[in-house]
Design a protein around this ligand. Structure first.
Ligand code: SAM
Length: 269
């Protein structure tokens, strides 16, 4: 296992995640043994704006209802469950962190979506899927942990059908870099691979994508901020220091140290 893989797994592994989720659900007044998809949505979308950002991104990217989607870097499966449970999609999810895939699998079973979502442990830079398999690939707040963005984008392109949609939320380096650490995806600069917005768009073009647009400015919720008010948020999955880390992310965006992107791109027909 390479250093980058090990440090991602170390950063995201909680060791007792299922128990943390049960405790958080109970504290919020929910029955932890019988959660609904809506209850889980308070804590299982691991990016700024939570569930609302996922909903916005799916609408902005115009992911068709009922299509076949890859959730690339699926975390504990909140976006996959939204796509399967609310948008009627068949979903495959892949993530590097074994504990996240284990918990996501249990949560899918608890809400009765295990027949519509299948999950694997693996890397977005080495996808275990045939060419031209998916109608859409969703990749939310994963690419900041991936140094080899050429391969990340080429793999997404390869598994998309001609005409398929790639949508990626990414936090890029701003004109006033460096950002303030610790951040949600990395506690130091060692595990953080940002690039400028211009370079992200150029690498997508180089991978073969067309009609590439950054729609972050039109998104009502920003992928870099904290959780939706009144929800549990990402503390159970991401760690007890998340308020400090999301605060640093929001402040870094305000100060132009970071730039939140929500890109939609297409594989040509
Ligand atoms: C901030 S979380 C976002 C999870 C999910 N996309 C969401 O928005 O709820 C980042 C995720 O990226 C995963 N990740 C990082 N590098 C990866 C890689 N090379 N391949 C697959 N997953 C990766 C981590 O394990 C973690 O689950």
């Amino acid at each position: 296992m390479g250093n980058e893989t090990e440090s991602v797994i170390d950063h995201y592994t909680r060791h007792n995640l299922m128990q943390r989720i049960r405790d958080a659900l109970r504290s919020a007044g929910h029955d932890p043994e019988n959660p609904t998809r809506e209850m889980l949505a308070e804590l299982d979308h691991l990016h700024g704006g939570g569930f609302t950002t996922t909903e916005t991104q799916v609408v902005l990217a115009e992911i068709p209802k009922g299509c076949h989607v890859l959730d690339a870097g699926c975390g504990i499966g909140g976006p996959s469950r939204f796509l399967a449970g609310q948008h009627g999609c068949t979903v495959e999810g892949i993530d590097l962190t074994p504990e996240y895939i284990d918990v996501a699998t249990q949560l899918n079973e608890m809400v009765g979506l295990d027949d519509k979502i299948s999950l694997s442990v693996g890397s977005v830079t080495e996808l275990p899927y045939d060419n031209e398999r998916f109608d859409a690939v969703l990749c939310q707040n994963v690419s900041m942990n991936v140094s080899d963005k050429e391969t990340l984008f080429c793999e997404a392109f390869r598994v998309l059908k001609p005409g398929g949609i790639y949508t990626i939320s990414h936090i890029a380096e701003g004109p006033n870099a460096p950002p303030i650490y610790p951040l949600p995806w990395a506690r130091t600069s060692d595990g953080s691979f940002l690039e400028t917005p211009e370079r992200i768009l150029m690498l997508l073009k180089q991978a073969g994508f067309e009609a590439i647009e950054d729609r972050a400015a039109t998104a009502p919720s920003q992928p870099g901020g904290g959780p939706q008010p009144g929800t549990i948020g990402a503390v159970p999955a991401m760690g007890d220091d998340m308020p400090e880390r999301t605060g640093n992310s929001a402040r870094s965006i305000e100060e132009g140290r970071l730039v939140a992107m929500m890109v939609v791109a297409h594989r040509p027909l």
